[in-house]
Ligand binder design. Structure first.
Ligand code: ADP
Ligand code: ZN
Length: 730
């Protein structure tokens, strides 16, 4: 008997046994197979092992239906990494593998790169004089083939000869002058078209250290905004490519700008496999297969690109390593940054984590000597320097539509100089609150413990948590009063106010609402670069990674939100966000200026910001974390539960808490509590925090604990999940 153990995309955390028919060649490990599962006739799974026995009774053993791949779709290296990730995050291996595959391949789509036809001259065709042909189009095609490199033309070239080009080409084939060949699509890369910068001393020593690394070695590249980190990546990758190795570059979702892709292309001139959520499924699968086939020496992508199979991997880069978008927030809740470090370690290659504002976790690793710290202390471009940061004390200043007088003056000066300003406000829509002036009633979301945001463009109230929409009430539902209005400001309101104050300026708003359409963000960024906008207003989408040389003024409209956050990461996030957005000012020759509006100018965070002292702030924040027993000094796991029934999640978590007794002394369980936003999208949510002083006992505890939870009947009554190293506690 031959039994194949298959990983199947289901939450149940184990492999499933299937009978391999005698007539079937056994699938190789990592190849896809089609199998019946539950009531479904066919699901796509991945073969993991072939064994000769099973615990299943013979009548329950079902049969593999088809093999989908002759050779493994996933390499041994990636399978091994996924196996580790499934264990570390205590998540089902089938779902983990599924997360690593592009949707097309999950659905059983072909694992071959799309092919295309090229036409190549035969010996007869090479020797023949074009003049000997009577048909003018055939004559021109033959001449073109003889002049072409390798004597071949591809489809786009032939179509370039006009509508009858293909007919003429077929005639040449019939005459034996040309052969048609099928060939995998290959990108023509022109080679580098831009020169590298001459490195400054800090950059040179960073590149030197990276280049000298042998085997696994983690580096933390901390460089102030605009210090030329990307240049360091490029020159390091250049050397990796020269050795014939390939590089994996991870970027946050937001930062994946077309400009970055272009910069890599111009400088390195090799085919890139680009993987991000803006791609169509077909494009994504093609890019992934190209990477796997080793046809793209650089794989550049967001979170899930960390799992791309890459032959001869020589280097991993994680840009903006502190960015929260590296953490998947539902389903398989992994951190792509942490997995990247594990991948580098298992593959035995160097890894660079880069940021102007590294996460406290990574900084702590550097302090412990586990990561080597490389610093870029100054801005790279000639004459560029870090912009001074000024605080605008809102206790003493009147504000109108979110803008204080000094900020408006600064914008006017910026306009007069023909430079761009950027205003940052982490809130989209027109106003976060729609309120009755008479009784104070605020329109809530019916499905969440949250308020609805007023959007003027669509004249609707929208919930930013569940997407629910409602009409704008003209009468107060509570007191029947007729005086309701929009309170507070979002990007839409600021945009309107700017248009009123600066009638001749071109105002461009960039947030999730203006960039929903595919390609919209790219188009808006391009217009900023083309100088078609004077004032930019937007959310964090505008703050990260962009290099806008003409932006000289940055205004932060409401910095205080982060100060009130209940999350222990609130101050760190706030600091990172402001440094990132401030980093957009004065990146080129003209000096920049940063204005921050706040009610708490005396807060230590702002003192550190003004001194551009991130490392000083980090010291203070790390000391606080140590005192409070938070990561990176202790390790967390969060058991979450949700249900449409109000009492169910807490009841489940109390049972789970009971299952944990006796917990080992190094592992501490908190009492189950309602989530900070208890109701969301019509579901009640609760959570139970587990803390441990070391990882090993934590994982051992989770293994036995979760197994007991899986076996319990309570676990079937709610939707629950475990989040290892959670970064958002809501
Ligand atoms: P970061 O990735 O740290 O934000 P970039 O690599 O984008 O920084 O560099 C910021 C700007 O400085 C870019 O316009 C870049 O072309 C320029 N630059 C980078 N390195 C140098 C250098 N050694 N000399 C001159 N200009 C540089
Ligand atoms: Zn809602």
């Amino acid at each position: 008997m031959r039994v194949c153990q298959v990983a199947i995309p289901t939450p149940v955390p184990r492999l499933f046994d299937y009978l391999l028919p005698d007539s079937m060649t056994p699938p190789t490990r990592g190849a896809r197979v089609a199998v019946p599962f539950g009531r479904r006739r066919e699901v796509v799974g991945v073969a993991i092992n072939i064994v000769s026995q099973t615990d299943l009774p013979p009548h329950r053993l079902r049969t593999i239906q088809r093999l989908l791949d002759e050779s493994p779709l996933l390499t041994e290296e990636v399978l091994d990494l996924l196996g580790w990730a499934a264990q570390y995050y205590h998540h089902s291996i089938g779902e983990v593998i599924n997360a690593a595959l592009p949707v097309r391949l999950r659905q059983g789509g072909p694992a071959e790169l799309p092919a295309s036809t090229v036409w190549r001259l035969t010996d007869v065709g090479t020797a023949m004089s074009p003049a000997a042909l009577r048909a003018p189009l055939q004559r021109r095609l033959l001449a073109a083939l003889q002049a072409a490199p390798a004597h071949e033309l591809d489809r786009p070239c032939v179509l370039g000869f006009g509508a009858r080009g293909m007919v003429a080409m077929r005639a040449l084939v019939e005459k034996g002058l040309v052969n048609a060949h099928m060939q995998e699509l290959t990108e023509h890369s022109p080679g580098p078209t831009a020169e590298p910068h001459a490195l400054n001393a800090d950059q040179a020593s960073a590149v030197g250290a990276l280049q000298a690394a042998r085997g696994f070695q983690p580096f933390l590249l901390r460089g102030v905004t605009g210090s030329g980190k990307t240049e360091v990546y490029l020159q390091t990758i250049e050397r990796v490519l020269a050795k014939g190795d390939n590089a994996l570059v991870l970027v946050p979702e937001i930062g994946l700008t077309p400009q970055l892709v272009e910069r890599f292309q111009r400088r390195l001139g090799v085919p890139l496999a680009v993987l991000h959520s803006g791609l169509g499924e077909g494009e994504r699968a093609t890019a992934w297969l190209k990477a796997r086939a080793g046809k793209a020496p650089i794989v550049l992508g967001t979170r899930s690109a960390v799992f791309t199979p890459i032959p001869r991997l020589g280097l991993i880069v994680v840009d903006e390593e502190h960015d929260a978008s590296y953490k998947q927030q539902d389903g398989f809740r992994y951190s792509a940054r942490d997995i990247a470090v594990m991948r580098a370690s298992r593959a035995g290659v160097p890894i660079v984590l880069g940021s102007a504002t590294p996460s406290l976790e990574s900084l702590n690793q550097a302090r412990l000597g586990n990561y080597r710290l490389l610093e870029l202390r100054e801005r790279a471009a000639a004459a560029a320097s870090l912009p001074p940061v000024e605080l605008l004390d809102l206790r003493r200043l009147a504000i109108e539509d979110g803008l204080s007088h000094p900020l408006r003056t600064a914008i006017a000066e910026c306009l007069a100089r023909g430079e761009q300003s950027l205003l940052f406000l982490n809130r989209r829509g027109f106003a976060p609150v729609w309120m009755c002036v008479e009784c104070g009633f605020i329109v809530p979301c019916r499905r969440c413990d949250a308020r609805l945001t007023y959007h003027r463009a669509t004249a609707r109230l929208i919930c930013h948590h569940c997407g629910a929409e409602a009409a704008v009430p003209v009468k107060c539902p509570a007191c029947q009063g007729a005086r309701l209005h929009a309170l507070g400001e979002g990007t839409e309101r600021v945009e309107t106010a700017l248009a009123r104050h600066f009638a001749n300026a071109r105002v461009l708003r960039i947030d999730r609402d203006t960039t929903r359409r595919k390609g919209a963000l790219a188009a808006q960024l391009a217009s900023v670069h083309a100088g078609e906008a004077d004032i930019l207003v937007g959310t964090q989408m505008l703050s990260k990674g962009h290099d806008f040389p003409n932006v000289t003024l940055v205004g932060v409209l409401n910095a205080d939100q982060g100060l009130y956050s209940s999350d222990f990461r609130g101050p760190e996030r706030l600091f990172q966000q402001i440094v990132q957005v401030a980093g957009r000012a004065g990146r080129a020759a003209r000096p920049g200026r940063v204005l921050i509006q706040t009610y708490h100018p005396e807060h230590p965070i702002f003192t550190a910001l003004r001194a551009h002292d991130y490392l000083g702030f980090a010291d203070y924040a790390l000391a606080e974390r140590r005192a409070a027993g938070y990561p990176p000094f202790r390790h967390l796991a969060l058991l979450r539960a949700e249900s449409p029934k109000s009492g169910a999640p807490l009841a489940f978590l109390r049972r789970a808490h009971a299952f944990a007794r006796p917990a080992p002394p190094t592992v501490e369980l908190m009492e189950p509590v309602a989530a900070p936003m208890e109701r969301r999208a019509g579901r009640y949510r609760a959570q139970l925090l587990v803390q441990a002083s070391a990882r090993k006992p934590l994982h051992a505890f989770l293994d036995t604990w979760l197994a007991r939870i899986w076996d319990s009947k309570e676990a079937k009554r709610v939707r629950w999940s475990i989040d290892v190293d959670p970064i958002d506690m809501y």
